[in-house]
Ligand binder design. Sequence first.
Ligand SMILES: *Cc1c(COP(=O)(O)O)cnc(C)c1O
Length: 433
Amino acid sequence: MQYKSLGQEEQVVSLPEGVFKGLADDGSLFMPVEIPRLQEDFLSALPELTLPEMAFSVLRPYVHENLDDTVLTKMVQETFSFPIPLVSVHDKINVLELFHGPTQAFKDVGARFLSRLMSHLHPVENDKMVVLTATSGDTGGAVAHGFHKVPGIEVVVLYPEGKISPYQENQMTTLGHNIHAIAIEGAFDDCQRLVKQAFNDRSLREQVSITSANSINLGRLLPQMVYYFQGVARSMQQNNGTAPVVCVPSGNFGNITAAIMANRMGLRVKRFVAATNANDVVPRFLESGDYDPRQTIVTLANAMDVGDPSNFPRMYALFQNNLEELKKLLSANVVTDDEIRETIKSVYNDFNYLLDPHSAAGYLGLKRELWGEEHGFFVSTAHPIKFIEIVEDVLPGVAQKLKQDFQANFDSAKTKESMGNSYNSLKEYLLQL
Ligand SMILES: *Cc1c(COP(=O)(O)O)cnc(C)c1O
C-alpha cells in the first residue's frame, strides 16, 4: 500500500515514510491511496474471530509490503492484548468499552501499534530513535506505556507542570527505562512550542533522529479501525443481523475517521453519529456548510477540546469533499457540560452504568439520534477513574469507592524530571540521551 497526501502536491510515500514523517512536506495528512474491500467470507466469519485475528486481516492490506505475516501476527497480538467488550446499557443502546488498556483510554490501541511499527521499521542496529511528544494529558500516558521497553526507541514526553491530573502524571512518571517524562514550567502551548522548535532545529536533527507520535500518525489511525469490527459483529449477533448506528465521541475526529474507513472496507453500519462537546465546528458545518474553526473552549470532556480538528480533512476526503455525501452517513450532536453531568448521574442511577465525561457525550449523542426501530452502540473512550474529579462532583459516594479500587495508581513512586521552558535545556537533554 502507498499513501498519498491530501494537499495540492499529492505526495506519494511508502508506509515507513508516512509513519516517520507524520505529515507530508506541505503539512497535509497522508491517506491510503485506496481503501481495500474485505472478502465476504471474512465479514461473515467475524463472530467467530478473536480481536487479533480480526486485526490481522483488517491491517494486512495496509502493511504487507513492509511486514511479514509472522511479524504482523505478533504485533496485533501485543497490541490487542486486552478485552474490548460490547456491554448493554439498556434496551437499544450498547457500549463498546475501549478503556481496558494500560492507561484506560482508547489511545492505547493506536500507541501500542505505532510503537511496534516504528521499532520494526527502524531496526535497533540503526542509530537510536527519539520519539518527542507534547501532551495535555491523555496522549502522553498512552504513548509512554505504548513505547515502554520497546528496543531502540527513547521517548521524551513534555507536559505542563501542575496542569494535568495526578492520575495522568502518574501514568507517565512511574515507568522509567526508556520513558522520560518532563514537567515543563508553563502551559501546554509551551510544550508544543518546544517540540516544534526541536523539529525545526537542523543541527539537532543531524545528531539525533527524532520523530513524533501524535494522533495524526497513520500508525495510530489504522489500528483504530479494528475494534469497530468487533463491536459491529457482536451488535449484529444480538439484533437479528441488523446493522447498528455507531456513535463516536469526537475531538480531533481520528477515531471516527477510522470507523468510517472500516465501513468502506465492508463493515456494515447503519450510519454514524459524531458526538462533540461545545467545540462544535463539525456539527455547525453539517448544518450550514460553512467550515468555521474557532478558538478551543474548555469543557468537562477535555480530551475533546479541539477547536480545529486535525483529522477532519481525512474524514471529508472519504466523501470526495462532498457535503451531501457526508450528510448521508454522518450526523452530529453537541453535548454541553451540564448535559454531561446530568447524563453521568442519570445513567448511573437508572442503569447502574458509570460513564466518564467523554463517554457521557457518546451516550447522549446516540440516544438523541436513534430513530424508530434503530439500535446502536457508542464507544467509551476512557474509564471514569481518569476523570474522577468530575464523578466526585456528581456522584460522591461512587467516586470514593472507585478511588479505593484504583488507589495504587495514584501514589506509586515517580521518576519525574523537571525543566524550565527554555529550548536550550531541552536540546542539551536530547543530545545526551
Ligand atoms: C483523544 C480522546 C477523544 C477524541 O478522539 P479523537 O480521535 O481525537 O476524535 C475522546 N475521548 C478521549 C477520552 C480521548 O482521550
